[in-house]
Design a protein around this ligand. Structure first.
Ligand SMILES: [Fe+2]
Length: 499
C-alpha cells in the first residue's frame, strides 16, 4: 500500500522536482539496503524505508512549492512596482532632458512598459488647422507623422472632442474605432485606451493613446496611470509651445530692430540681412556649433544698430567723410554695445551685444572701438567682419555703385591676417559662387536670376581666377561673361567704377 502511494504521487511530484528528484535506479540501493540496527522482517523494513523516502520527498516538495509561491509573490510585487519604477525614470528624464521630443519618447517608452501594452502615441492639436498630429508614434516605420482632423472619425478625435477617457476592449466591435488607420499603417488594433491632454485652463491640447494591452483589456488602474502621464506630458507640451512662441517673438523683434536701421537709408536696405546670410554661410562651413550660430545670426543682424545714434546728414553724405565725420560714424560700434546690452538676451544669446559691437575690430589691432587684437576679438565677430566688408563693397551705395569685383577681391585678400582672420577669408573663397551670388543679388529684390545656378560647382576663388584672366577649363566657358552680366545688371549708363 505504501509503495503504491509512493508511485501514485510520483507523477505529481515530477513538476516540482525537476533536476532534483532521484531516478528509480538511483533509489534502488536505498530501498534494497536493509538497516543493520534493526532485526525486523525484510518486508517491514522495506516499507519503513519507503515511508521515510516518501516523507523526505514530501518535505522537499513542500519546500519547492513554498519557493514557487514566494517567487509568484515576488513577481506580483514586481508587477505592482513596475509603474512606480517607470514613473521614477520619467521624473529623472524630466530633470535632465530639455528637448520635448526626447522627453515624450521616454514617457511613451515607459508607458509601454508600465501598462504592458504594445504601442503608445501622443497626438498634439494644431490650434490653427484644428488637426491632431502624432508628436510621438511608436511603430510608425517609414511614416513620420499622421495627421487627423479633430472633427473626424476615430478614437483620438473623439477623445479630443469629448475631453473624456475612452477605454475600448474590442476595437473592431466598437463604432468609435476607425479601421482606416490600421489599413494605413498595417497594424491590427485590438484594445484601445485614450485619454485627453488638457492645458492649465482646461482646453484640449492633445491626446495620449495606448494600444493592445498584453493579456486582456485595459483596466481602470491603467486609466489612472495614463491620465497621470498624460497630465505630465500636457504640461511639458504647453511649456514647450510657450517657449517656441517666446523665441519666435524675440526673433521677430530683433529682426525688426535691424530693419529699422536699414529703413533709415533705402540705399543700405538689406545690408544687415545680407551680412547675416554671408556670416552664417561662413559659420556653417567652419562647423560653428548650433548655439553659436544663433549668436552669430543675431550679432550680424544687429551689428550696425548703433547707427541709430549717428546723424543722418553724415550717414547719407555722398563721397568721402572728413576726419571729424568719420569719428562720429565710428561711434556706431560703441552705440551698438550700449543699446544692445540693455536688452534681456537669454543666457544662450548673452554674447550678442559684445560680438555685434566688435565687427570693426581688426586682427592687427588697428580697428575700433576697443582696438582689440587677434584672439582678443571674438571669433564670431571676425566672421562678421569679413561678411560686412564684402557686402559693403559689393552693394550699391548712395555715393557709388558696385565696386569692380577684381578690386573687391584684392581688398579682401590683402586684408588676410591684418584686417581679417585669414581662415575666415579662405573659407569664404571656398564657398560655391552661386550661394554668394544669391545673397548679393537679393539686393535687387525677389527676382534672383536663374542663371546663377551655373555657378553651383564653381568656388568663389575659381570664379575670381576666371574673372582675372585664368583660362577656362572644360565646362567653364562663358562663366566670366555670365557673372559680369549679373553683377553689372541694372547699373546706370553713367556708372563709373571706383578705382
Ligand atoms: Fe558697422
Amino acid at each position: 500500500m505504501g509503495s503504491g502511494k509512493a508511485r501514485a504521487t510520483d507523477s505529481s511530484k515530477t513538476k516540482y522536482l525537476k533536476g532534483t528528484r532521484k531516478t528509480d535506479t538511483e533509489l534502488k540501493p536505498e530501498i534494497a539496503a536493509p538497516s543493520q540496527s534493526h532485526c525486523e522482517s525484510p518486508d517491514k523494513e522495506r516499507e519503513q524505508n519507503l515511508r521515510q523516502i516518501e516523507s523526505d520527498l514530501n518535505k522537499r516538495e513542500v519546500g519547492l512549492i513554498e519557493r514557487e509561491i514566494k517567487s509568484l509573490r515576488l513577481q506580483e510585487e514586481l508587477d505592482r512596482l513596475r509603474p512606480l519604477s517607470g514613473l521614477y525614470r520619467v521624473v529623472r528624464a524630466m530633470a535632465t532632458e530639455r528637448r520635448l521630443d526626447s522627453l515624450l519618447e521616454v514617457i511613451t517608452r515607459e508607458t509601454q512598459m508600465m501598462l504592458k501594452c504594445d504601442r503608445c502615441s501622443v497626438w498634439v492639436l494644431d490650434a490653427v488647422s484644428g488637426d491632431l498630429w502624432t508628436q510621438v508614434a511608436q511603430g510608425l516605420v517609414g511614416h513620420h507623422t499622421i495627421q487627423i482632423p479633430m472633427n473626424g472619425k476615430g478614437t483620438a478625435s473623439e477623445c479630443a472632442r469629448s475631453k473624456s477617457v475612452i477605454n475600448i476592449p474590442d476595437a473592431y466591435a466598437d463604432p468609435r474605432f476607425d479601421s482606416e488607420v490600421d489599413k494605413h499603417t498595417g497594424y491590427h488594433t485590438k484594445t484601445i485606451l485614450c485619454v485627453p491632454m488638457l492645458d492649465r485652463s482646461g482646453s484640449i491640447i492633445g491626446v495620449f493613446q495606448v494600444l493592445n494591452k498584453v493579456g486582456g483589456p485595459f483596466t481602470s488602474e491603467d486609466e489612472d496611470w495614463l491620465q497621470g502621464l498624460a497630465a505630465v506630458s500636457a504640461g511639458l507640451i504647453e511649456q514647450a509651445q510657450a517657449y517656441i512662441e517666446i523665441e519666435r517673438f524675440a526673433e521677430k523683434t530683433l529682426e525688426t530692430l535691424a530693419q529699422t536701421i536699414d529703413k533709415r537709408d533705402p540705399l543700405t536696405a538689406g545690408h544687415s540681412m545680407r551680412v547675416t546670410k554671408y556670416s552664417l554661410l561662413i559659420g556653417q562651413t567652419m562647423a560653428v556649433h548650433e548655439n553659436d550660430l544663433d549668436v552669430l545670426r543675431y550679432s550680424a543682424l544687429l551689428h550696425d544698430y548703433g547707427k541709430i545714434g549717428v546723424p543722418e546728414n553724415i550717414l547719407w553724405k555722398p563721397g568721402r567723410l572728413d576726419p571729424d565725420e568719420y569719428e562720429k560714424v565710428k561711434k556706431h560700434a560703441s552705440y551698438t554695445y550700449e543699446l544692445l546690452i540693455n536688452l534681456p538676451f537669454t543666457k544662450r544669446l548673452a554674447a550678442v551685444p559684445y560680438v555685434a559691437s566688435c565687427h570693426h575690430e581688426k586682427i592687427d589691432g588697428s580697428g575700433y572701438y576697443r582696438g582689440l587684437k587677434g584672439d582678443e576679438i571674438p571669433f564670431l565677430a571676425r566672421v562678421i567682419a569679413v561678411a560686412d566688408v564684402f557686402d559693403a563693397l559689393t552693394s550699391v551705395r548712395h555715393y557709388r555703385n558696385r565696386m569692380p569685383i577684381e578690386k573687391v577681391s584684392e581688398i579682401m585678400l590683402s586684408g588676410r591676417d591684418n584686417h581679417f582672420e585669414a581662415a575666415c577669408v579662405d573659407i569664404f573663397y571656398q564657398l560655391p559662387s552661386s550661394n554668394i551670388l544669391r545673397i548679393m543679388e537679393s539686393e535687387r529684390g525677389q527676382n534672383i536670376p536663374s542663371e546663377i545656378d551655373v555657378f553651383q560647382d564653381v568656388s568663389w576663388r575659381r570664379l575670381i581666377e576666371l574673372l582675372c584672366g585664368s583660362h577656362p577649363k572644360r565646362g567653364e566657358d562663358g562663366l566670366k561673361e555670365t557673372f559680369e552680366r549679373i553683377y553689372n545688371a541694372g547699373l546706370p549708363a553713367d556708372y563709373k567704377p571706383l578705382d
